[in-house]
Write a protein that binds this ligand. Structure first.
Ligand code: SAM
Ligand code: SF4
Length: 332
């Protein structure tokens, strides 16, 4: 097998698939209140097309798939897509990122599928604040999902976007979720992908600030070794069951070991979170490309990959930022 290695020597073994750009929440840092201009349904990649792509990628060494969105569980029958991807030879790990609002009914099937991990987005434990951030009053549903996932034995990472002046006072409280149960708690720097819904924050908080807050509250916190390709800086607090992670998503300190590519709901292959996309896989497939032609296009995209998120962003500046530039299209 000829592995997928980029022009900087990084081996690609992980794809993140945004199965939809639609969502039942309206997190203000991700989309405006009225939503974004959604991709028309006929433009979405079909499940058979996603499955074919993953089969081809598995032949090129991809081992890990994450389903994200939008909210993955609001696309109809997504569980069947997950089942068929899990059955592809070579795919060893399925992961999901979800807001946890409509996830509960799928927990038994996810357990049977052997899902390796679920990232649950949760920015606050305060119901009123949750409503202000997500524009929906459903914190309780997310908390029940968290408990049920833990009870089902599925590894959970709680992801909190740190929003200066809004939820930063909960950094310590959120860490305590990892004390009493085996969940990791991770803090994400806010990125400028909000669908044009609001101005960049005045008090943006970076990973150093977050670590400073955690160190003040837990002086015994210490760094621990993480996987080479991990995006999170990893820490342990003595007595806590779960780990603590800080993701410098905007500061971008992790690009050197990045092993992932991304697929948007309409089939655009992204080789960096910050690029404007390379080519549209759906168009190539629907024009009758063979698997070998598909592989050649993927290899070509990966062979021209930006060194890091800053280079990717710079290369994209010539293209106007779309009003749809929302994290729900990129998948986080
Ligand atoms: N709807 C699912 C969810 O919220 O988990 C999956 C998609 S969501 C786009 C994936 C992740 O991106 C979530 O953890 C979310 O908090 C994060 N995210 C969205 N917009 C962001 C932004 N502007 N900056 C940083 N993280 C963001
Ligand atoms: Fe929906 Fe996730 Fe975006 Fe929130 S972060 S609006 S839950 S896609």
């Amino acid at each position: 097998m000829e592995k997928l290695i980029d022009n900087h020597g990084r081996f690609i073994e992980y794809i993140r698939i945004a199965v939809t750009d639609r969502c039942n929440l309206r997190c203000y840092y991700c989309m405006p209140e009225e939503g974004i201009e959604y991709v028309p349904r006929e433009h979405l990649l079909h499940y058979e097309e996603i499955e074919r792509l993953v089969r081809v990628l598995a032949q090129m060494g991809v081992r890990k798939v994450r389903f994200t969105g939008g909210e993955p569980f609001i696309r109809r029958d997504v569980i069947h897509l997950m089942e068929s991807i899990a059955a592809i030879p070579g795919i060893e790990a399925l992961h999901i990122t979800t807001n946890g609002t409509v996830t509960r009914p799928f927990i038994p099937q996810l357990t049977n599928l052997g899902v390796k991990g679920i990232n649950l987005s949760l920015d606050t434990l305060d119901p009123q604040r949750f409503k202000e951030i997500t524009r929906r009053d459903v914190l309780q549903d997310v908390l029940v999902t968290l408990d049920e996932l833990v009870d089902a034995g599925i590894p959970v990472k709680v992801n909190m976007v740190v929003l200066g002046g809004i939820n930063e006072d909960e950094i310590t409280t959120m860490a305590r979720l990892a004390e009493s149960r085996p969940v990791d708690v991770r803090y994400i720097e806010e990125m400028p992908f909000n669908g044009g819904g609001h101005e960049q924050q005045l008090t943006w908080r970076d990973h150093r600030y977050i670590l400073g807050q955690l160190t003040s509250a837990f002086p015994e916190i210490k760094p621990v070794k993480a996987e080479k390709s991990a995006t999170a800086l990893s820490y342990a607090i003595p007595g806590f069951q779960g780990k603590i992670g800080i993701i410098p998503a905007y500061t971008r300190t992790f690009c050197g070991s990045c092993n992932r590519i991304r697929l948007t709901p309409e089939g655009v292959l992204k080789t960096c979170l910050y690029d404007r996309g390379t080519f549209n896989i759906r168009d190539i497939m629907r024009s009758g490309a063979t698997d070998e032609q598909l592989k050649a296009s993927i290899r070509d995209a990966v062979a021209h990959r930006a060194k890091d998120g800053f280079e990717a962003e710079k290369q994209g500046l010539q293209f106007p930022l779309s009003s749809r530039e929302s994290m729900s299209t990129i998948g986080g």
